[in-house]
Design a protein around this ligand. Structure first.
Ligand code: NAD
Length: 297
C-alpha cells in the first residue's frame, strides 16, 4: 500500500481517450512523492460525450487539477469557469487548476515548446518564425509565439481541414496581438520536399526560426520531411515538435548544414514542468524523475 495516500490526499487526473499509454501519472506521482506533496494523479478514459459528467465529478470530488488530452481539449474549454489568455485564443485547454471551486483552463503545449527553446538558448522575442502545421500542437505554439513577442509568424499547411484553422488563428492573433504579423500559405501535399521549395524559399530565407508542428517526421512518417535541405541556412534555428524519433530527418539534415537544432522531447518535459508549477507552485524535479525512470526501466 502506498503510505502517502491519506484521508486528505487531493486528487488530480488526466481525461481523454486513449490514456493507457500516458506517462503523466508516473511523472506527477513521482514528483508528488519526491516533494512530499499530499496529492495523487490518475488517468481516466473519457470520450467527448462523457466529458460533461466527468466534469461534474471534478467539481463534486473537488479535484485539485489535471490535464485533458485528445479528443477532449476543445470540449474542456467550454466546461471550465475561466480560460488563460492563450487557451481563450486557441479555444482549447490541456490543463486545469481548481482554486476554491473556480476552475481555470490553460493551454501549456505552446508554453512548454517556447520554454524548451529558451532552455536551448533561443528567444522568440522579435523573431521571424516559419511554422509548418496548424493542428493542436502547432496552433498552441503559434499563439504562444505571438504572446511572447515574435515579430512575424508564417504558417504553412497542406490543403486539409487544418488550413482553415490556420486562417482563424491568424485572425485571432491579429485581433489580440496586433504587433505580430501572421501569414498563412498552402503547401502541396507531397512526399518530395523539392516540390514545395518555391513556396517556402522566401519566408525561410528571412526566418530566424523554423518549426515543424505536423505529423511528418514522426513514425511511421519518419523517412519524410517537409523542407528540402537546400533551404536551410546557418542563421536558422530548426526545431521540431516530433519526439519519436528523437531526431527527425528534418533535424538531421539541418544539423548537417550547421543549423542550431532543437528536438521535440524537451517540449514534452517543458509542458510537464509548466503544469506541475500550476498544480503545486513548485519546480518539477525533472532530473530526479529522469534518473528514477532510467533506473527502473
Ligand atoms: P493534429 O492532428 O492536430 O495536426 C496534424 C498536422 O499535421 C496538421 O497541421 C496537418 O495538416 C499536418 N499533416 C498531416 N498529414 C500531412 C501531410 N501528409 N503533409 C503535411 N502535413 C500533414 O496533431 P497534433 O496533436 O498537433 O500533433 C502534431 C505533431 O506534434 C505530432 O508529430 C506530435 O507528435 C507532436 N506533438 C508533440 C508534443 C511534444 O510535447 N513534443 C506535444 C503534442 C504534439
Amino acid at each position: 500500500m502506498d503510505q502517502r495516500i491519506s484521508g486528505r490526499t487531493k486528487l488530480l487526473g488526466l481525461f481523454g481517450t486513449p490514456v493507457g499509454h500516458s506517462g503523466s501519472p508516473a511523472m506527477y506521482n513521482f514528483s508528488f512523492w519526491h516533494d512530499n506533496i499530499d496529492c495523487a494523479y490518475l488517468a481516466f478514459d473519457v470520450n467527448v460525450e462523457g466529458m460533461k459528467r466527468a466534469f461534474d465529478a471534478v467539481r463534486i470530488l473537488n479535484m485539485k487539477g489535471g490535464n485533458f488530452t485528445m479528443p477532449c481539449k476543445n470540449i474542456a474549454a467550454e466546461l471550465v469557469d475561466k480560460l488563460s489568455p492563450a487557451a481563450e485564443i486557441v479555444g482549447a485547454c490541456n490543463t486545469f487548476v481548481n482554486e476554491d471551486g473556480v476552475i481555470t483552463g490553460y493551454i501549456t503545449d505552446g508554453v512548454g515548446f517556447v520554454l524548451n527553446l529558451e532552455k536551448n538558448g533561443v528567444s522568440v522575442k522579435d523573431k521571424n518564425v516559419v511554422i509548418l502545421g496548424a493542428g493542436g500542437a502547432a496552433t498552441a505554439i503559434q499563439v504562444q509565439l505571438a504572446l511572447d513577442g515574435a515579430k512575424e509568424v508564417h504558417i504553412f499547411n497542406i490543403e486539409d481541414e487544418f488550413l482553415d484553422r490556420a486562417k482563424s488563428t491568424k485572425a485571432k492573433i491579429e485581433e489580440r496581438v496586433p504587433n505580430c504579423k501572421v501569414t498563412v500559405t498552402a503547401l502541396k501535399k507531397t512526399e518530395d520536399p523539392a516540390e514545395n521549395v518555391e513556396v517556402l524559399a522566401e519566408k525561410i530565407k528571412n526566418a530566424d526560426i523554423l518549426i515543424n508542428g505536423t505529423i511528418i517526421g514522426m513514425k511511421p512518417y519518419h523517412e519524410q520531411t517537409l523542407v528540402d535541405k537546400s533551404l536551410f541556412h546557418k542563421n536558422l534555428v530548426v526545431a521540431d515538435t516530433v519526439y519519436n524519433p528523437e531526431k527527425t530527418r528534418m533535424i538531421l539534415e539541418a544539423e548537417e548544414i550547421g543549423c542550431k537544432v532543437v528536438g521535440g522531447a524537451g517540449m514534452l518535459i517543458g509542458q510537464g514542468a509548466v503544469n506541475y508549477k500550476l498544480f503545486t507552485g513548485k519546480e518539477m524535479p525533472i532530473e530526479e524523475f529522469q534518473k528514477f525512470k532510467a533506473e527502473n526501466k
